[in-house]
Design a protein around this ligand. Sequence first.
Ligand SMILES: Nc1ncnc2c1ncn2[C@@H]1O[C@H](COP(=O)(O)OP(=O)(O)OP(=O)(O)O)[C@@H](O)[C@H]1O
Ligand SMILES: O=C(O)C1=C[C@@H](O)[C@@H](O)[C@H](O)C1
Ligand SMILES: [Mg+2]
Length: 303
Amino acid sequence: MSTQIDDSLNATPNDGDAEVDTRSDAEFLDALGKRVREIRDRRGMTRKLVAREASVSERHLAHLEAGEGNVSIVLLRHISRALDVPLIELLAVETEDTVERRLIRRFLERLPRHRLEDVVFRLMRDFGHEEAARRKRIALIGLRGAGKTTLGKRLATTQGVPFIELDGEIEKETGMPSSELFALYGQTGYRRIEQRTLERVIRDHDRAVISAGGGVVSQPETYDMLLSNCLTVWLKAQPEEHMSRVMAQGDLRPMAGNDEAMEDLKRILNAREPLYARADTVIDTSGLTIDACFQKLREIVTS
Ligand SMILES: Nc1ncnc2c1ncn2[C@@H]1O[C@H](COP(=O)(O)OP(=O)(O)OP(=O)(O)O)[C@@H](O)[C@H]1O
Ligand SMILES: O=C(O)C1=C[C@@H](O)[C@@H](O)[C@H](O)C1
Ligand SMILES: [Mg+2]
């Protein structure tokens, strides 16, 4: 006897649903391509670099990112490794949230209003001391030229706490300059070392001002660790300001040999913005002097 399930298994592409299926496949490929592109941008990796690390042609990767063509699962696995994300994360194109967050949200949504005060009280009692400890470490995040080092050093001096440059700690720990680490171990390797280094810095310092590398937000485990152990401040600026500040420091690399540097910078900032926005607070440094930014930072950490 033929059941409904049997019938659906026997369905041929000529059946009525075929058009709908084709459309949803196209939508899936489109979302997959966008996801790959988004993760690549957050990591600040060029298409050329990912293609090289995944052993695929740049053209093939461009097709995938454009949602064109049906990429093989093995190729997608190579790409996920190059981007250092689990393959499942590329495929789960619609599920950004964690199970825990969804559960908590659902729980709170169903709770009668008059119980909320009690929940807040209990959370404060159980987790309040952790929150107080967290606020003693200040982490500054943002793209290159945001002002992390300039403002971070000044804040640390004022507060009489150590100033820690995470990229510098990585260099000390490995005895190698960042550029060499990137060349040797790639983005993936560097992010792993960064995660270990941050773990150590947090363990060793109850109080500190930490300047994290611009790319720290692209590694979820590391960024979650930073957010849950530090009061995190995003120093925001316009792409043009990031570029001009870095260049004014005499670093001409952003422009040298890369005509699309400004476009790259805008894309990276755009891709990372939702991540930077997870910080506890943001200082929009656009058009402000360093002194004015510092004033805002002091108000935030002393409030
Ligand atoms: N609000 C600001 N207005 C103008 N210039 C600024 C401002 N903040 C920082 N700068 C200048 O921009 C340059 C870069 O600042 P800084 O080195 O502190 O940035 P950073 O976030 O540490 O960058 P990187 O990620 O490259 O280490 C410095 O020359 C600094 O004086
Ligand atoms: O913005 C980025 O992607 C990076 C910034 C640097 O601080 C380093 O963390 C690294 O060079 C990557
Ligand atoms: Mg710096």
